[in-house]
Design a protein around this ligand. Structure first.
Ligand code: GDP
Length: 192
């Protein structure tokens, strides 16, 4: 069953988000496939795109399930065209959210399955670990990995993220692989 997500609002700071009885968040570098994944989970073509209209990409976007629980789409990090000062602002926004958001149950850290964890992804994972923020790694774009290379790639990606291969969830938003399983996992976490 797709997640019945409705877009609620965008906010610059986590304190401006509506309160929630339970929440999960998605984070990843820009272009990792985050919008595509959220759309696939909800089985809606344009849901996360709403938030991708210019000016909204740098905000926290919140979506709600019928039971009131919420999903937050965090701004993509590492966008090359953003100047240093603005980058620091983004980082602050994301970190403040991750440290202070009471409703937050789990953060899904998206890593590009085709290219593996980037330096920024590794930094994010270390930071989450050091700060005790519960998280799960989701590798995207599974369909881009050749079947003959998949076993090796799964091992490499997990190693790069300092995880066991069994701890990484693999998805393809394009093909729908792993989407049902991830949607179930989110639903289970957000049973309030
Ligand atoms: P975001 O910046 O993280 O929100 O990334 P998008 O969802 O906009 O995706 C970035 C690019 O990757 C787009 O060109 C998507 O079409 C592509 N993409 C996203 N998910 C997949 C996938 O599962 N498979 C393939 N082959 N391409 C994908």
């Amino acid at each position: 069953m797709p997640l019945q997500l409705q877009f609620v609002t965008s906010a610059k700071r986590h304190v401006d988000l509506p309160t929630s009885p339970g929440e999960v968040a998605f984070v990843g570098r820009s272009n990792v496939g985050k919008s595509s994944l959220i759309n696939a989970l909800a089985n809606r073509k344009q849901l996360a795109k709403v938030s991708n209209t210019p000016g909204r990409t740098q905000l926290l976007n919140i979506f709600q399930l019928p039971n009131g629980a919420t999903v937050v789409d965090l701004p993509g990090y590492g966008y090359a065209k953003v100047p240093g000062r603005e980058k620091a602002g983004w980082q602050r926004m994301i970190e403040d959210y991750l440290l202070d958001r009471e409703a937050l149950e789990l953060v899904f850290v998206l890593v590009d399955g085709e290219i593996g964890p980037t330096k920024l992804d590794v930094q994010m994972l270390i930071w989450l670990r050091e700060n005790g923020v519960p998280h799960t790694v989701v590798a995207t774009k599974l369909d881009k990995v050749k079947p003959s290379k998949l076993a090796t790639r799964k091992k490499e990606l997990a190693k790069g993220a300092e995880l066991d291969p069994g701890d990484v969830m693999w998805v393809s938003a394009s093909k729908g692989t792993g989407i049902e399983e991830l949607a179930k996992h989110v639903q289970m976490l957000l049973t309030v």
